[in-house]
Design a protein around this ligand. Structure first.
Ligand code: CMC
Length: 431
């Protein structure tokens, strides 16, 4: 028998029975869709207890520290798969066969070049523009290049959108960097893997040959894979909400990127490095820890804590290992900033304030250190996250539009403003 919950009211109003739904895993949810008809809405700022959709894509158990993409544990994917395969998995729901994987990779390669006219879009920005601003602007501008012929209810059309976005974001990301640096744009090379191609477009110049380092390419691929999706976070929910009206998908992904940019979401990895720079020396760690605990200060230790994980983020465990691999490869284990980060990690993990609140280092704590070691500047960190998360965003967007029951997203509110009042003409409003 289906479980239900009965809502009773202290003023004796008739009670309301609501069904309880149970997913494959996770907490049961109370289906409140009929509440409006009874004259009530629910109030949940920040959606801390609200499920906004059904989804088959990603599952997180924050208490246990588990993350599954389409049912596969993140650890198995990180060590045995790669970003292209995971992008296919997120989009299609199943691991590809060898033939399907080759065809997918070929399609991604085929779409990696930008329309020639898009160069002018980059050139419209000021040179010093933050690369994330350029990334959002250029991705949004893709809607001007690919608007006609998007039948959002045709799965084939949605697939082309998804492939185009996954294929083009590394080109957009690296060109945002090149434009900042005043270096010529580098075109994608189809014989390279996705991560190698990123390194090539980021670091090569026409002046000398460039061979991507395989250890760095592998590390980058793993970082992309670990960031590919994370269920209904702020940016994925933004993409879904924007897309729920049937808006152009490139514009929707640009909206997701804008949401990701904030320091409490994808901007945290840049904020971690900024914090380490400000700190400057191991001797100042206690001062920063003290500030993080002081509620009147407003300062938070960047790279610590997570809305969902109240245990070590499984991605953080893996990326920590990758961090050591990259630092070893580049002979940077003795780098003072890295040593400072490791000391901060050690002290915070032993501190009662962080232990009692279950604040562990998150994935952003380590990704910034890796990126900097690779020579990627902090202003590009959120861009890296956006690039990797694109496969998740398009999978979430595609899933939403594939659902015949999908509706435009339209939250309600608890209005606390003034009661109805009459307009006061200017000459009667006093001095
Ligand atoms: N430093 C110091 N105190 C913290 C921190 C922190 N980084 N994070 C949480 N707290 C405290 C917070 O003050 C609160 O204390 P109290 O109970 O005494 O009032 C308690 O821990 C619970 O915090 P919360 O604000 O209720 O937690 P939240 O779930 O709303 O916030 C968070 C999650 C990620 C926004 C927050 O931990 C934070 O601001 N972290 C720093 C920024 C960061 O690293 N963000 C990256 C998140 S991972 C990337 C992603 O998936 O997007």
């Amino acid at each position: 028998m289906k479980k239900t919950v009965t809502l009773t009211f202290s003023d004796g109003s008739p009670s309301i029975e609501l069904p309880i739904e149970q997913g494959t895993y996770g907490k049961p949810v109370i289906d409140i869709r009929t509440l409006g008809a009874h004259g009530y809405f629910t109030h949940d700022p920040g959606f801390t207890a609200t499920s906004s959709c059904t989804s088959d894509i990603t599952y997180i158990d924050g208490d246990e520290g588990l993350l599954y993409y389409r049912g596969y544990p993140i650890e198995q994917l990180a060590y045995q798969s790669d970003y292209m395969e995971v992008s296919y998995l997120l989009l299609h729901g199943e691991l590809p066969t060898a033939v399907q994987k080759t065809a997918f990779e070929e399609s991604i390669r085929h779409h990696s070049l930008l329309h020639d006219q898009m160069e002018n879009v980059f050139r419209g920005f000021r040179r010093s523009a933050h690369p994330m601003a350029v990334m959002i602007g250029v991705t949004g501008a893709m809607s001007a290049f690919y608007h006609e012929g998007n039948d959002l209810f045709d799965p084939k059309h949605r697939e082309i959108v998804a492939h185009r976005l996954i294929a083009k974001v590394p080109t957009v990301a690296t060109w945002a960097y090149k434009f900042n640096e005043g270096q010529p744009f580098v075109y994608p090379q189809n014989h390279l893997s996705y991560a190698e191609n990123f390194l090539h477009m980021m670091f090569s110049t026409p002046c000398e040959p460039y061979v991507p380092n395989p250890v760095l390419a592998r590390a980058l691929d793993r970082i992309f894979l670990l960031h590919a999706d994370h269920e209904q976070n702020a940016s994925a929910s933004t993409v879904r909400l924007a897309g729920s009206s049937g808006a152009n998908p490139y514009a929707c992904v640009a909206a997701g990127m804008a949401s990701l940019w904030g320091p409490l979401h994808g901007g945290a990895n840049e904020a971690v490095l900024k914090m380490l720079d400000d700190m400057g020396d191991v001797s100042r760690i206690p001062e920063y820890i003290k500030r993080a605990k002081d509620k009147s200060d407003g300062f938070r230790l960047m790279g610590f804590g997570h809305r969902v994980y109240k245990n070590m983020d499984p991605r953080a465990r893996i990326i920590r290992e990758t961090c050591y691999e990259v630092l070893d490869e580049l002979d940077l284990r003795d780098d003072p900033q890295f040593k400072m980060a490791m000391e901060l990690e050690r002290i915070a993990l032993e501190d009662d304030y962080f232990i009692s609140r279950k604040l562990y280092p998150n994935v952003d704590f380590y990704s910034g250190i890796i990126f900097r070691a690779m020579g990627i500047p902090p202003s590009m960190f959120t861009v890296m996250f956006a690039l990797a998360r694109t496969s998740g965003w398009v999978a979430q967007w595609n899933e939403m539009l594939s659902d015949p029951a999908h509706k435009i997203g339209r939250p309600r509110q608890l209005y606390t403003g003034p009661e109805r009042r009459e307009y006061v003409p200017m000459d009667q409003r006093g001095a």
